[in-house]
Design a protein around this ligand. Structure first.
Ligand SMILES: [Zn+2]
Length: 328
């Protein structure tokens, strides 16, 4: 038996439980930073728009924000945890986020370590951080074998197996958005076809509906239309729910999972997404160990990534991060 959640928390040393982590969340449109307590509570979260321009143009506002947040710490900083849009090279600590043109192989982990000398930096992808956050202090906290999906502009996620984050060789394991659920299906932003993301992300649902005669431009409008009885809008959610279910069943067949937690913007349309998703789970999950996979919505909302970034610092054994860097 693995230790239960609360037993594990009490194993944090007095020094760790008295310390703070500094969490950073890097996205294509905004960046956020805050302090995190060992109980997962966020202190003084601040968000800035992601700057355009050169690598330094993007970096300087984030460096200023991180210095400001660090200056507010009234206890020792145990480390910096970073969740970032990808792709990343976790071994080298560099990031090349698709939506941040100025950062190509930008040495984010090293630059952060230079801002806070002596403080270790741990980094992971944003989907992984959201999954870790939900497992550490959110909807998946009592579950040892679970996949957390973030269904939003893209589809990301992470897998916890036997109570421990599965990172894989490069730190990208658990990328449920690019598991293939429709052979020869729609093109995916990754360059492939038929991925979960190609059917279930907000933009892919809107694109499918527009191709089939629906008039509108956002996933929120699409949800409103579906609730008002629009047939094509409902088909878009039906397809998305089926694709997410196929991804969950595939991941569960490989990793012997018992539960899935769904977060991200599309989870606000759980009333539309969950009924087809649950029907498809029953349709595909016939083997004994694939029956009764529990589905729930995420608990931490948009804070999950920051909470998870804090967890990388407080619980590196449970949530290992490929990038670990200290500037001395
Ligand atoms: Zn893909």
């Amino acid at each position: 038996m693995l230790p239960m959640r609360d037993e594990h928390v009490t194993t944090l040393s007095a020094m760790e439980s008295d310390s703070l982590a500094l969490a950073v969340d890097v996205g294509g449109t905004k960046m956020a930073a805050c302090l995190v307590q060992s109980d997962g509570r966020l202190i003084g979260s601040q968000t800035i728009p992601t700057a355009d321009g050169s690598a330094e143009d993007v970096w300087q506002p984030l460096a200023t924000l991180v210095r400001e947040i660090a200056a507010r710490a009234d206890r020792p900083l145990l480390g910096v945890g970073v969740g970032t849009a990808g792709p990343l090279d976790l071994a080298g600590g560099t990031v090349s986020p698709v939506n941040i043109a100025g950062w190509r192989e930008f040495p984010l982990a090293r630059r952060l370590a230079e801002v806070l000398p002596g403080v270790p930096v741990r980094m992971a992808g944003d989907g992984i951080c959201a999954a870790v956050g939900e497992h550490w202090r959110g909807a998946a906290r009592e579950v040892d074998d679970v996949i957390v999906l973030v269904v939003s502009t893209g589809v990301g996620g992470g897998i916890i197996q036997r109570g421990r984050l599965v990172t894989g060789r490069t730190g990208n394991a658990g990328h449920i958005g690019h598991t293939v659920v429709d052979l020869g299906g729609d093109p995916c932003p990754c360059g492939g076809r038929g991925c979960v993301e190609a059917l279930a992300s907000g933009p892919s649902m809107v694109s499918y509906a527009v191709r089939n005669g629906w008039v509108g431009s956002s996933a929120v409008e699409l949800a409103d239309a579906a609730r008002a009885g629009d047939k094509v809008a409902n088909q878009a959610f039906e397809r998305a729910g089926h694709a997410v279910a196929a991804g969950i069943i595939s991941a569960s067949a490989l990793c012997d999972l018992t539960a899935a937690v769904i977060g991200g913007g599309v989870s606000h349309a759980a009333d539309l997404l969950f009924p087809p998703l649950k029907r498809a789970l029953e349709e595909h999950g016939k083997l004994g160990f694939l029956r009764d996979i529990e589905i729930s919505t995420a608990a931490l909302g948009s804070s999950a990534g920051l909470v998870g970034a804090g967890a990388l610092v407080f619980e590196p054994e449970r949530y290992p991060s490929a990038a670990r860097l200290v500037h001395v």
